[in-house]
Design a protein. Structure first.
Length: 119
């Protein structure tokens, strides 16, 4: 089992968010925010029934339910970094992301709206 992700220091999160909002974000800012918010999701919804993937940055297993251990998970949510940050911060709703096709979600328990936004 991979190690759990860790939240970033709040001052680093604020700086990266400012870069995103100001349109000057680098890939390192996106990576920091994605990993921070995935760690927050793990804390908010502990479990192993849904794999949330944000390539190329990271993936976590969360949401209570049947534990997944091998092969393709039965429930997967996948999106890009900018969309995940929007969901995590509340700048984008789960419904908007699903309707626009920015999020792919298949399997049981993949509705993350009860856990969003993450701050």
């Amino acid at each position: 089992m991979p190690a759990r992700l860790r939240r970033a220091p709040i001052e680093d999160v604020r700086a990266a968010l400012a870069a995103v909002e100001g349109g000057t974000a680098q890939k390192s800012d996106l990576k920091l925010l994605v990993k921070h918010y995935l760690a927050t999701l793990e804390d908010k919804a502990p479990g192993h029934s849904v794999e949330v993937r944000v390539p190329p940055f990271a993936a976590v297993q969360c949401i209570p339910g049947v534990r997944h251990t091998r092969g393709t998970p039965p429930a997967v949510v996948e999106t890009d970094g900018a969309t995940f940050i929007g969901l995590a911060t509340g700048a984008l709703s789960w419904a908007e992301a699903r309707e626009s096709g920015k999020v792919s979600a298949s399997g049981e328990r993949t509705d993350l709206s009860p856990y969003l936004p993450l701050h």
